[in-house]
Design a protein around this ligand. Sequence first.
Ligand code: FUL
Length: 699
Amino acid sequence: MATYLHVFHRNVFTLLSLCISLFMLACSEVKGPVAVGPIPSERQMNWQEMEYYAFIHFGINTFTDVEWGYGDKSPSLFNPSDLDCRQWAKVCKDAGMKGIILTAKHHDGFCLWPSEYTEYSVKQSPWRGGKGDLVRELSDACKEYGLKLGIYLSPWDRNHPDYGKPEYITYFRNQLRELLSDYGDIFEVWFDGANGGSGYYGGANEERRIDRRTYYDWPHTFELVRELQPNAVIFSDGGPDVRWCGNEEGWVSETNWSLLRRDEVWPGYPNYKELRTGHPDGTHWVPAEVNVSMRPGWFYHAYEDDRVKTLPELLNIYYYSFGRNGTLLINFPIDKRGLIHEIDARRIVELAEAVKADFKINLIQSATVTASNVRGNSDTYAAANVIDSTKDTYWATDDKVTKASLDITWSEPVEFNRFLVQEYIRLGQRVESFTLEAYVEDTWKEIASETTIGYKRILRFPTVLTTQVRFTINDVKGPPLISTIGFYNAPRLLTAPVVRRDKEGRVSMQAADPDADIYYTVDGTTPTLQSQKYTSDFPVEGKILIRAITANSLTGEVSPETHEQFDISRKNWKIDGDAEMENVIDGNPLTHWHQVGATMPLDLVIDLGTMYTIEGFRYLPEQSYPASGIIFNYQFYTSADNQQWKLASEGEFSNIKNNPLWQTRKFPAARARFVKFRAINNTENDAVAGYAEFDILTK
Ligand code: FUL
């Protein structure tokens, strides 16, 4: 019995000490980091993780070929021949997008769903015999393809008679209620900052200005969205959930805080450029969304079929949005058939393929990572968390730490040209600056010195070959929390190089990928990897034909060829007028000059500096969108003395509006030192002559 008692006591004692040790362990467990500054809501987190989704612009504007409708056009114009929302959804799905936002009503007030509150809708159109509902069709297609649906409802309505009066707000909210009640889950509600101005307004045809801060009583409209779609984020210039990025070109600043002094910003905020960086001292979590179109315009125009963004342009947009703590909302202008145009569809899939290739293998998987400091030396916050693929684990430091680093080592040398890093943003955006260094040829070499990280930051740089990298966080708002790190070796992007010659006659070449090499010839032969390699710009006085390719010298892969024929250098040319006139002969098609007169014709007179035998000219109209002063009818004169002029050529540049490319005209050779290019009229019939470039052809 005594023995049993002894055993019993011993067991109780063991159990007690076990409990005590467990209790002590629990007490000594490392405390988790606390939030620093504003943090995202669950709906904002869900939205941020979508990363990439589509915008659709479609409506009467598609059929009238304008960007902003006045609100006076007949609904009978809306008549797509082959509308198929499943085609839109398939393209978006194939492109890797997670949702689609539809312009249910743009500024012209035409509704793509049969709203009960207006007749200005698909109800009055011939499409589907007036029985169609485009929002329904898209909502169904999204469900079928596993995409989320978002709604753009323009606050500005140039059709509605009550716009500008309090009654319109009721109308606007009624429409919002319809859209947010009848079509299932909505992930984002998009309120445009463009508001108030001229319009049809039920036949009043007048200018109606509103106070953008107060007219819409936004707080109550936002409440309505919360009531009907509690999981939807609300977009406007200043949130409340998602902010505009301050441009429509497809980028957000490298320094990009997901924070905003939200109460200072409203839709139509004049200091909108601040939205490109956010406010480091922001009071609320309001991350940026980058909205950009596949083409210059938001709505479809056939003349932009050859102006769809190129793959290098789209890749830049990808890296300047996703790669800078933004999400990407990319717009497809639906064509008159009711489809995403084949060119846009192909291009967006090319982007998806290029991105997939860029991020194919994460080299961190074969690396060892050690940290300068780990929170409480606990495994929960270990450096290894940046390698695992779970987004909820992270490397954290002790609270007092303000500077910390990760050393990343490989047993064999690796090559990479992309670096990806993510903060654990659920507890706030903290990192203010960081550097990336690599151990190359026995020294530490800085690869990048950058500012913010946020949800995701991706850096592109020339390929590095190394076995050791150091990622250092230099300045923080609170101890850093890093959830993911990645190193990738993206393939070279091989597109035909851009070859230019400036006014001084210097020829320069540029590849879309800084890692790629350029090879060229000047003797008319086909360029190969054995041709001259381009290293820096060089002067060329006279006429020259340059043929160039971009290549991956290691694999031998080459791009399509660029073929540029330059005439005499324009070094000694003189044009009388303001400094901007130089843009006409600077060799850069992206700069331009406008000559504005009271009436047409307008003359551009150039002194070539010496006599030449001239047999033609080339004219390139302004390349930006929308361009002005596109010359249609012209005359071209030559002169030896700037007194006696001889007409050498005249005519029209047919289809120049739809296709504003280089226009070349040849004529019987003439000796001259002066040339005069006369704009007789332009495509808009106003008194403006616009030029991106002008050149002559000599014999
Ligand atoms: C702008 C609008 O005025 C454009 O037409 C387009 O809808 C774009 C997304 O937002 O502010």
